[in-house]
Ligand binder design. Structure first.
Ligand SMILES: [Fe+2]
Ligand SMILES: [Fe+2]
Length: 314
Protein backbone atom coordinates (compact mmCIF):
# COMPACT_ATOMS: atom_id res chain seq x y z
CA UNK A 1 0.00 0.00 0.00
CA UNK A 2 1.22 3.46 -0.94
CA UNK A 3 2.47 5.87 1.72
CA UNK A 4 1.71 9.62 1.69
CA UNK A 5 -1.30 9.65 -0.59
CA UNK A 6 -2.66 12.81 -2.20
CA UNK A 7 -6.04 14.16 -1.08
CA UNK A 8 -7.17 13.53 -4.65
CA UNK A 9 -6.84 9.79 -4.02
CA UNK A 10 -9.31 9.72 -1.14
CA UNK A 11 -12.00 7.27 -2.22
CA UNK A 12 -15.69 8.16 -2.22
CA UNK A 13 -18.79 6.45 -3.56
CA UNK A 14 -21.16 7.91 -6.13
CA UNK A 15 -23.19 9.92 -3.65
CA UNK A 16 -20.35 12.41 -3.14
CA UNK A 17 -19.56 15.40 -5.31
CA UNK A 18 -15.95 16.56 -4.98
CA UNK A 19 -15.05 20.20 -5.49
CA UNK A 20 -11.53 21.44 -6.09
CA UNK A 21 -12.02 24.56 -3.96
CA UNK A 22 -9.08 25.14 -1.61
CA UNK A 23 -11.02 27.65 0.49
CA UNK A 24 -8.37 30.26 -0.03
CA UNK A 25 -10.52 33.04 -1.47
CA UNK A 26 -12.07 34.29 1.77
CA UNK A 27 -8.77 34.66 3.60
CA UNK A 28 -7.31 36.75 0.75
CA UNK A 29 -10.18 39.28 0.57
CA UNK A 30 -9.62 42.79 1.94
CA UNK A 31 -12.04 44.45 4.37
CA UNK A 32 -13.54 46.44 1.48
CA UNK A 33 -17.10 45.97 0.17
CA UNK A 34 -16.41 47.09 -3.43
CA UNK A 35 -13.28 44.99 -3.76
CA UNK A 36 -15.15 41.91 -2.52
CA UNK A 37 -18.00 42.53 -4.98
CA UNK A 38 -15.50 42.82 -7.85
CA UNK A 39 -13.63 39.62 -6.94
CA UNK A 40 -16.79 37.59 -6.37
CA UNK A 41 -18.37 38.68 -9.68
CA UNK A 42 -15.18 37.68 -11.44
CA UNK A 43 -15.15 34.16 -9.98
CA UNK A 44 -18.96 33.76 -10.10
CA UNK A 45 -18.97 31.31 -13.07
CA UNK A 46 -16.44 29.09 -11.25
CA UNK A 47 -18.48 29.13 -8.04
CA UNK A 48 -21.65 28.31 -10.01
CA UNK A 49 -19.91 25.40 -11.73
CA UNK A 50 -18.73 23.98 -8.39
CA UNK A 51 -22.26 23.96 -7.00
CA UNK A 52 -24.01 22.55 -10.06
CA UNK A 53 -26.20 19.59 -9.17
CA UNK A 54 -26.06 20.22 -5.39
CA UNK A 55 -28.56 21.77 -2.96
CA UNK A 56 -26.62 25.05 -3.19
CA UNK A 57 -27.32 25.54 -6.90
CA UNK A 58 -30.81 27.08 -6.40
CA UNK A 59 -29.43 29.23 -3.55
CA UNK A 60 -26.78 30.63 -5.87
CA UNK A 61 -29.38 31.23 -8.58
CA UNK A 62 -31.52 33.20 -6.16
CA UNK A 63 -28.84 35.21 -4.34
CA UNK A 64 -25.81 35.31 -6.65
CA UNK A 65 -22.12 34.60 -5.96
CA UNK A 66 -22.14 36.20 -2.48
CA UNK A 67 -24.91 33.91 -1.21
CA UNK A 68 -22.72 32.43 1.50
CA UNK A 69 -22.27 35.86 3.13
CA UNK A 70 -26.05 36.14 3.48
CA UNK A 71 -27.15 32.62 4.34
CA UNK A 72 -24.19 30.75 5.74
CA UNK A 73 -21.88 33.11 7.50
CA UNK A 74 -24.32 34.48 10.02
CA UNK A 75 -24.51 31.60 12.46
CA UNK A 76 -21.07 30.72 13.70
CA UNK A 77 -21.47 32.37 17.09
CA UNK A 78 -22.58 30.30 20.11
CA UNK A 79 -26.34 29.86 20.26
CA UNK A 80 -26.84 31.93 17.09
CA UNK A 81 -29.59 31.31 14.58
CA UNK A 82 -29.06 28.93 11.73
CA UNK A 83 -31.49 28.53 8.85
CA UNK A 84 -32.49 24.90 8.07
CA UNK A 85 -30.23 25.07 5.01
CA UNK A 86 -27.34 26.41 7.05
CA UNK A 87 -27.69 23.65 9.64
CA UNK A 88 -27.82 20.93 6.97
CA UNK A 89 -24.80 22.43 5.23
CA UNK A 90 -22.84 22.68 8.47
CA UNK A 91 -23.61 19.10 9.54
CA UNK A 92 -22.68 17.88 6.07
CA UNK A 93 -19.40 19.81 6.19
CA UNK A 94 -18.62 18.29 9.59
CA UNK A 95 -19.56 14.81 8.34
CA UNK A 96 -17.02 14.98 5.49
CA UNK A 97 -14.55 16.57 7.94
CA UNK A 98 -14.94 13.52 10.21
CA UNK A 99 -14.35 11.24 7.23
CA UNK A 100 -11.16 13.13 6.43
CA UNK A 101 -10.08 13.08 10.10
CA UNK A 102 -10.53 9.28 10.05
CA UNK A 103 -8.49 9.08 6.87
CA UNK A 104 -5.83 11.43 8.26
CA UNK A 105 -5.39 9.46 11.51
CA UNK A 106 -5.36 6.20 9.55
CA UNK A 107 -2.72 7.54 7.17
CA UNK A 108 -0.60 8.80 10.07
CA UNK A 109 -0.60 5.30 11.52
CA UNK A 110 0.50 3.87 8.16
CA UNK A 111 2.82 6.65 6.90
CA UNK A 112 5.26 6.58 9.84
CA UNK A 113 6.16 2.93 10.56
CA UNK A 114 9.10 3.88 12.80
CA UNK A 115 7.02 6.00 15.19
CA UNK A 116 6.80 4.85 18.86
CA UNK A 117 4.26 2.20 19.77
CA UNK A 118 2.34 4.56 22.09
CA UNK A 119 1.98 7.04 19.24
CA UNK A 120 0.55 4.33 16.99
CA UNK A 121 -1.86 3.28 19.73
CA UNK A 122 -3.06 6.90 20.05
CA UNK A 123 -3.64 7.13 16.29
CA UNK A 124 -5.48 3.79 16.31
CA UNK A 125 -7.69 5.03 19.13
CA UNK A 126 -8.37 8.17 17.09
CA UNK A 127 -9.42 6.09 14.06
CA UNK A 128 -11.87 4.22 16.24
CA UNK A 129 -13.31 7.52 17.55
CA UNK A 130 -13.52 9.14 14.12
CA UNK A 131 -15.43 6.18 12.64
CA UNK A 132 -17.95 6.60 15.43
CA UNK A 133 -18.14 10.35 14.67
CA UNK A 134 -18.82 9.66 11.00
CA UNK A 135 -21.77 7.51 12.07
CA UNK A 136 -22.99 10.11 14.60
CA UNK A 137 -22.99 12.87 11.97
CA UNK A 138 -24.60 10.60 9.39
CA UNK A 139 -27.49 10.24 11.84
CA UNK A 140 -27.53 13.96 12.66
CA UNK A 141 -27.81 14.78 8.94
CA UNK A 142 -30.82 12.47 8.85
CA UNK A 143 -32.17 14.12 12.02
CA UNK A 144 -32.34 17.54 10.30
CA UNK A 145 -33.74 16.15 7.03
CA UNK A 146 -30.51 16.32 5.03
CA UNK A 147 -28.86 13.78 2.79
CA UNK A 148 -25.28 12.64 2.20
CA UNK A 149 -23.96 14.17 -1.02
CA UNK A 150 -26.48 17.01 -1.24
CA UNK A 151 -23.58 19.46 -0.82
CA UNK A 152 -20.17 19.34 -2.49
CA UNK A 153 -17.17 18.07 -0.52
CA UNK A 154 -13.75 19.61 -0.72
CA UNK A 155 -10.87 17.66 0.75
CA UNK A 156 -8.77 20.65 1.70
CA UNK A 157 -8.81 19.79 5.44
CA UNK A 158 -6.89 16.61 4.61
CA UNK A 159 -4.76 18.36 2.00
CA UNK A 160 -3.68 21.21 4.26
CA UNK A 161 -3.10 19.26 7.47
CA UNK A 162 -1.52 16.03 6.16
CA UNK A 163 2.15 17.05 5.92
CA UNK A 164 4.78 14.43 5.08
CA UNK A 165 6.88 15.32 8.15
CA UNK A 166 5.59 13.43 11.23
CA UNK A 167 5.88 16.44 13.57
CA UNK A 168 4.05 18.73 11.15
CA UNK A 169 1.48 15.99 10.50
CA UNK A 170 0.59 15.65 14.13
CA UNK A 171 0.51 19.45 14.51
CA UNK A 172 -1.65 19.92 11.39
CA UNK A 173 -4.10 17.09 12.01
CA UNK A 174 -4.21 16.87 15.81
CA UNK A 175 -3.83 20.49 16.81
CA UNK A 176 -5.21 22.52 13.87
CA UNK A 177 -7.88 20.25 12.37
CA UNK A 178 -8.99 18.73 15.69
CA UNK A 179 -8.79 22.16 17.33
CA UNK A 180 -11.08 23.55 14.65
CA UNK A 181 -13.49 20.70 15.42
CA UNK A 182 -13.51 21.71 19.11
CA UNK A 183 -14.47 25.31 18.23
CA UNK A 184 -17.20 24.29 15.80
CA UNK A 185 -18.65 21.62 18.12
CA UNK A 186 -18.75 23.93 21.13
CA UNK A 187 -20.85 26.37 19.09
CA UNK A 188 -23.10 23.56 17.81
CA UNK A 189 -23.76 22.29 21.35
CA UNK A 190 -24.75 25.84 22.35
CA UNK A 191 -27.04 25.98 19.32
CA UNK A 192 -28.68 22.65 20.28
CA UNK A 193 -29.24 23.84 23.84
CA UNK A 194 -30.62 27.23 22.76
CA UNK A 195 -33.09 25.52 20.42
CA UNK A 196 -34.14 22.64 22.69
CA UNK A 197 -32.59 20.13 20.35
CA UNK A 198 -31.31 17.60 22.87
CA UNK A 199 -30.27 15.18 20.12
CA UNK A 200 -27.78 17.63 18.61
CA UNK A 201 -26.63 18.99 22.00
CA UNK A 202 -25.96 15.55 23.48
CA UNK A 203 -24.55 13.79 20.42
CA UNK A 204 -22.09 16.62 19.71
CA UNK A 205 -21.13 16.80 23.40
CA UNK A 206 -20.03 13.14 23.26
CA UNK A 207 -18.06 13.82 20.08
CA UNK A 208 -16.39 16.92 21.55
CA UNK A 209 -15.06 14.88 24.48
CA UNK A 210 -13.20 12.68 21.97
CA UNK A 211 -11.90 15.63 19.93
CA UNK A 212 -10.39 17.10 23.04
CA UNK A 213 -8.44 13.88 23.52
CA UNK A 214 -7.25 14.04 19.90
CA UNK A 215 -5.98 17.60 20.38
CA UNK A 216 -4.19 16.44 23.52
CA UNK A 217 -2.49 13.68 21.49
CA UNK A 218 -1.28 16.51 19.22
CA UNK A 219 0.01 18.66 22.09
CA UNK A 220 1.77 15.70 23.75
CA UNK A 221 3.42 14.32 20.61
CA UNK A 222 4.53 17.68 19.23
CA UNK A 223 6.22 18.28 22.59
CA UNK A 224 7.79 14.79 22.53
CA UNK A 225 8.95 14.97 18.89
CA UNK A 226 10.51 18.45 19.28
CA UNK A 227 12.14 17.88 22.69
CA UNK A 228 15.60 19.48 22.71
CA UNK A 229 15.19 20.72 19.12
CA UNK A 230 14.21 24.43 19.12
CA UNK A 231 14.52 24.61 15.35
CA UNK A 232 11.91 21.89 14.87
CA UNK A 233 9.71 23.56 17.50
CA UNK A 234 9.87 26.81 15.52
CA UNK A 235 9.03 25.01 12.26
CA UNK A 236 5.96 23.47 13.92
CA UNK A 237 4.89 26.86 15.22
CA UNK A 238 5.06 28.43 11.77
CA UNK A 239 3.27 25.51 10.11
CA UNK A 240 0.55 25.63 12.74
CA UNK A 241 0.05 29.37 12.27
CA UNK A 242 -0.21 28.96 8.49
CA UNK A 243 -2.64 26.04 8.80
CA UNK A 244 -4.82 27.90 11.31
CA UNK A 245 -4.89 30.81 8.87
CA UNK A 246 -6.15 28.48 6.13
CA UNK A 247 -8.80 27.13 8.51
CA UNK A 248 -9.98 30.61 9.53
CA UNK A 249 -12.73 30.78 6.84
CA UNK A 250 -12.71 34.57 6.94
CA UNK A 251 -13.16 34.88 10.70
CA UNK A 252 -16.39 34.69 12.67
CA UNK A 253 -15.39 31.60 14.63
CA UNK A 254 -15.28 31.46 18.43
CA UNK A 255 -12.32 29.66 19.92
CA UNK A 256 -13.33 26.97 22.43
CA UNK A 257 -10.76 28.22 24.92
CA UNK A 258 -11.71 26.05 27.86
CA UNK A 259 -11.48 22.86 25.77
CA UNK A 260 -8.27 23.93 24.06
CA UNK A 261 -6.64 24.83 27.38
CA UNK A 262 -7.55 21.42 28.72
CA UNK A 263 -6.01 19.87 25.58
CA UNK A 264 -2.64 21.60 26.04
CA UNK A 265 -2.94 25.00 24.33
CA UNK A 266 -1.04 27.79 26.09
CA UNK A 267 -2.46 31.30 26.70
CA UNK A 268 0.03 32.64 24.17
CA UNK A 269 -1.22 30.20 21.52
CA UNK A 270 -4.84 31.11 22.25
CA UNK A 271 -4.08 34.85 21.89
CA UNK A 272 -2.32 34.17 18.62
CA UNK A 273 -5.32 32.18 17.37
CA UNK A 274 -7.62 35.09 18.23
CA UNK A 275 -5.38 37.37 16.18
CA UNK A 276 -5.42 35.01 13.18
CA UNK A 277 -9.22 34.76 13.32
CA UNK A 278 -9.52 38.56 13.45
CA UNK A 279 -7.63 38.91 10.13
CA UNK A 280 -9.52 39.38 6.85
CA UNK A 281 -12.85 41.09 6.18
CA UNK A 282 -15.27 41.80 9.02
CA UNK A 283 -18.65 40.08 9.09
CA UNK A 284 -20.50 43.38 8.40
CA UNK A 285 -18.35 43.94 5.29
CA UNK A 286 -19.15 40.46 3.99
CA UNK A 287 -22.89 40.83 4.64
CA UNK A 288 -22.99 44.25 2.89
CA UNK A 289 -21.06 42.84 -0.09
CA UNK A 290 -23.49 39.89 -0.14
CA UNK A 291 -26.45 42.29 -0.33
CA UNK A 292 -24.93 44.28 -3.20
CA UNK A 293 -24.02 41.07 -5.06
CA UNK A 294 -27.58 39.80 -4.60
CA UNK A 295 -29.14 43.04 -5.89
CA UNK A 296 -26.83 43.15 -8.92
CA UNK A 297 -27.43 39.47 -9.66
CA UNK A 298 -31.21 39.90 -9.50
CA UNK A 299 -31.09 43.05 -11.66
CA UNK A 300 -29.18 41.08 -14.31
CA UNK A 301 -31.77 38.32 -14.14
CA UNK A 302 -34.45 40.94 -14.89
CA UNK A 303 -32.46 41.88 -17.99
CA UNK A 304 -31.11 45.17 -16.65
CA UNK A 305 -27.65 46.39 -17.59
CA UNK A 306 -25.46 46.42 -14.48
CA UNK A 307 -22.39 48.72 -14.62
CA UNK A 308 -19.08 47.38 -13.26
CA UNK A 309 -18.10 48.32 -9.71
CA UNK A 310 -15.53 51.13 -9.70
CA UNK A 311 -12.05 49.96 -8.72
CA UNK A 312 -10.38 51.48 -5.64
CA UNK A 313 -8.00 53.57 -7.76
CA UNK A 314 -10.86 55.36 -9.65
FE1 LIG B 1 -14.00 13.56 15.00
FE1 LIG C 1 -11.02 13.95 16.07
Amino acid sequence: MKRFISHEDLARDRRFKRTRSRNQLLSTLPDDVDAIVRVLEKVAPKIRERLAGTALEPVFDELGPGFSFLTLNGGDQPGAERSPLQLRLQLHGIFVGELQALEAAGRTLWDFPDAPWEFKMNMARQCWDESRHVQVYEKLIEHVGGEIGEFPENTFLFEVSCADDPVLRVAGVNRCLEGLACDVFRSLIDYGRAHDDAVIAQAVDFVLADELTHVRFGSDWVREFTRGDPEAAQRVKEFQRETDRRFAFGGGRCVAKEERREAGFTEEELDELDEILAEGPRRETLVRAGEILRDRHQARQRGEVVPPVASASN
